[in-house]
Write a protein of this length. Structure first.
Ligand code: XMP
Length: 518
């Protein structure tokens, strides 16, 4: 478990907001560490954590209904600065005597907001009129005299407020979303001007702290880490290696479902950068045999998951005295499982990062990335000197290419898909688009369509190109890739990849489609 006690910290009490993660990110971008906790966290516990400030998130409920999520009322007595956002503002104001009601003129989306001319630390260095992002059907309608309005919109007289005696501030809009143009500055004002933060949070200090924590958790015991070829497991391994050197053993399973030269690159990277005990297992035939004749996507996933565990267990059994298993669990996986309305305890989802290793393996977990977002993991990767190629690699699913071949997975089909995928990535890189796209890849549709090549009729397969923009992979839009780049991809695939005579571009959003085709 990471300890960040020495650093200044902001606690975010989550009331079920879809934006809680965004709030955490905005705070961290301003060099202050932030952590999302349940809205039920007792004031006594918050006092012990001793944060510099508290942010009450938004949420889907109405504060005046029975069973609306509450927080410990004592938090307003702690003297710790509080910023309430949307639901958080309404709840804070209600706790301090204001009335909240449904409004006949709800505000959704971009709204013009005007700051009022008064001593207004929260709006320091902010233009008088700014566009803000609203999303509310309730609002504060009566504000007791101890409050002061700081900003208003056409339909909301209390778009931002402060309490005159207690360090409580509230904003009805969402400063954490980019549509609120100067929202990050408002959050910065709260952190620096109101909470007195100095901005000590930076990746290198996190890295040093992580190294200390790993050493104190692991001592001189052995850690095993499964490398998948992806960013998270690579950074986790590199970080643990920095902490404990050759007490780390890595297992890399080549399941035959990886991209072009991926297996070779992973092994090369780790052999070149670390003197690590690396076990690279060629299990390609095993996986392919098990997948023989299987067409159902979920069956494929299960087979690959089970096979991975078996291979991993066999190999780990050969390494003596392993006590810990390292996993590249990220912060979104941890906080997704904090229930806003749920039971009294915070349940942490067991994360299956590398193909799905179950807790029954009997190891203790080391999860040095469990407080980090993906872009922060990439920064740590760069600090640790991992190659940019690996650090910026798009995410790749555990079942690999098997879920990008519709239907049965065979060696010849894998070959076709690998060659097509290589071209997609090469052309996307050449066009300078790789880093701005969240994920892009080829999918093999093994249905035959008619074409003409030279004077010959052809009857061959289709390749679909998928490229998406997303930050959280829960929703995604298709990328508006320039036609020239799509043209170059299509041309090269049809000319260079035998067995393909048609290329199509997937223009579906998620939802209702998913990113992967299976
Ligand atoms: P979907 O297709 O659900 O994908 O929109 C969202 C993200 O999850 C990845 N994905 C998987 N990752 N095992 C994994 O490790 C899986 O079975 C799996 N299915 C989808 C997908 O690549 C995308 O990043």
């Amino acid at each position: 478990m990471m300890t960040q006690e020495n650093n200044e910290k902001i606690l975010i009490l989550d009331f079920g907001s879809q934006y809680a993660q965004l709030i955490a990110r905005r705070v961290r971008e301003n060099n202050v560490f932030s952590e999302i906790v349940s809205h039920k966290t007792p004031a006594e516990q918050i006092k012990k954590i001793n944060p510099k400030g508290i942010i009450l998130s938004g949420g889907p409920a109405s504060v005046y209904v029975k069973d609306a999520p509450q927080c410990d009322r004592e938090i307003v007595q702690l003297g710790i600065p509080i910023l309430g956002i949307c639901y958080g503002m309404q709840l804070g104001c209600q706790m301090l005597g204001a009335t909240v009601k449904p409004t006949p003129t709800r505000e959704y989306g971009r709204t013009a907001c005007s700051a009022l001319e008064r001593d207004n630390t929260l709006f320091k260095s902010i233009d008088k009129d700014i566009p803000v992002w609203m999303s509310h059907g309730d609002q504060v309608v009566e504000l007791p005299g101890e409050f002061e309005s700081l900003a208003l919109t056409k339909n909301c007289p209390y778009a931002a407020v402060k309490h005159k005696k207690r360090p409580f501030y509230g904003v009805q809009f969402h400063p954490e979303v980019t549509h609120t143009l100067q929202g990050s500055q408002i959050i910065r004002n709260f952190l620096y001007e109101i909470c007195g933060c100095t901005g000590t949070w930076a990746m290198h200090s996190y890295l040093e702290q992580a190294v200390r924590d790993i050493r104190s958790q692991v001592g001189d015991q052995r850690v095993v880490c499964g490398l998948s070829g992806g960013v998270d497991s690579a950074v986790a391994a590199a970080l643990i290696y920095k902490a404990i050197g050759n007490h780390l053993s890595c297992i890399f399973v080549d399941n035959g479902l990886l991209r072009n030269y991926e297996a070779e690159e992973v092994v090369k990277t780790f052999k070149e950068n670390f003197i690590v005990d690396l076990h690279a297992i060629d299990a390609r035939d095993r996986f392919l045999q098990k997948l023989n004749g299987v067409t159902d996507p979920e069956k494929k996933r299960k087979i690959i998951g089970h096979e991975f565990i078996d291979v991993f267990k066999e190999e780990a059994g050969k390494i003596s005295q392993i006590k810990f298993l390292a996993q590249g669990t990220l912060y979104p996986d941890v906080i997704e499982s904090i229930p806003a309305h749920g039971g009294p305890t915070v349940t942490i989802k067991s994360h299956h990062n590398v193909g799905g290793l179950p807790a029954q393996l009997g190891f203790e977990l080391v999860e040095p990335l469990r407080f980090l977002f993906k872009d922060e993991v990439r920064k740590i990767g760069e600090e640790l000197g991992l190659p940019a190629e690996l650090v910026w690699r798009h995410p790749f699913p555990g079942p690999g290419l098997s879920i990008r071949i519709i239907g049965e997975v065979t060696q010849p089909r894998l070959e076709v898909l690998r060659n097509a995928d290589k071209i997609v990535i090469e052309e996307i890189r050449k066009a300078g688009l790789y880093r701005s796209i969240a994920q892009c890849f080829a999918v093999l549709l093994p249905l035959s369509t008619v074409g003409v090549m030279g004077d010959e009729r052809s009857y061959e397969n289709v390749i679909a190109i998928r490229a998406v923009e997303t930050t959280d992979f829960m929703t995604a839009d298709w990328c508006r890739i320039p036609h020239e780049t799509l043209g170059a991809i299509s041309n090269r695939i049809i000319n260079e990849v035998k067995g393909v005579n048609r290329v199509v571009y997937d223009i579906s959003t998620k939802p209702p489609s998913t990113i992967e085709w299976e």
